[in-house]
Design a protein around this ligand. Structure first.
Ligand SMILES: [Zn+2]
Length: 182
């Protein structure tokens, strides 16, 4: 191989390596955070922070944290929620919540297909019925008027946890009523 071709080859390899490294770096930076509990992508409008065993973790939504509380023996404490409108952190006690609206920001897992290749209706999803937080009562009420659901304060929402968890099948909303946003 002549020397000039050789150095050109080396140069191309170096450039390719740099591009690959740069692409990887960009991918790392743009990959959205995922929920520590259900591994779904965390939507910026639905993020919550919980504390379990003295450790704080970001989760995809308030409902996912509540479901975790029902499933775990150890208590799950909500530390922070996100204002749906401004996407800013809120203290859980200060927020207004809309529970059970048609909006579900958490991505569903692929529908299960049975042997006849028909999608089975979903009976349980840990992020439903959805719960989103708002800084102002008027905004929560406007959201509920448009998308359904009930406006609750933090204490009312937490009451659900102290009660006996209902059977998932009876509790789950019909999949057809669920409207998803990207
Ligand atoms: Zn989750």
């Amino acid at each position: 191989m002549p020397k000039s071709v050789m150095s050109k080859t080396v140069m191309s390899i170096v450039v390719l390596a740099l591009l690959t490294a740069g692409g990887y770096w960009l991918l790392q930076r743009t990959t959205p955070a995922e929920c520590k509990v259900c591994r779904r992508e965390i939507h910026a409008a639905a993020r919550a922070v919980i504390e379990v065993d003295g450790k704080q973790e970001a989760v995809c939504c308030v409902r996912c944290a509540m479901t975790l509380d029902e499933q775990e023996q150890k208590p799950v404490r909500l530390v922070e929620v996100t204002d749906y409108i401004r996407r800013k952190a809120l203290a859980p006690e200060d927020a207004f919540y809309v529970e059970g609206s048609r909006i579900v920001l958490c991505q569903s897992h692929e529908p299960h297909l049975d042997e006849t290749k028909h999608a089975q209706s979903r009976v349980f999803d840990r992020c439903e019925p959805s719960v989103y937080a708002f800084a102002r009562r008027e905004e929560a009420e406007a959201f509920a008027a448009q998308n359904g659901g009930a406006v609750l304060r933090f204490a009312e929402l937490m009451k659900e946890l102290s009660q006996q968890a209902p059977a998932p099948a009876a509790n789950a909303p019909a999949g057809a009523r669920t409207q998803r946003k990207p």
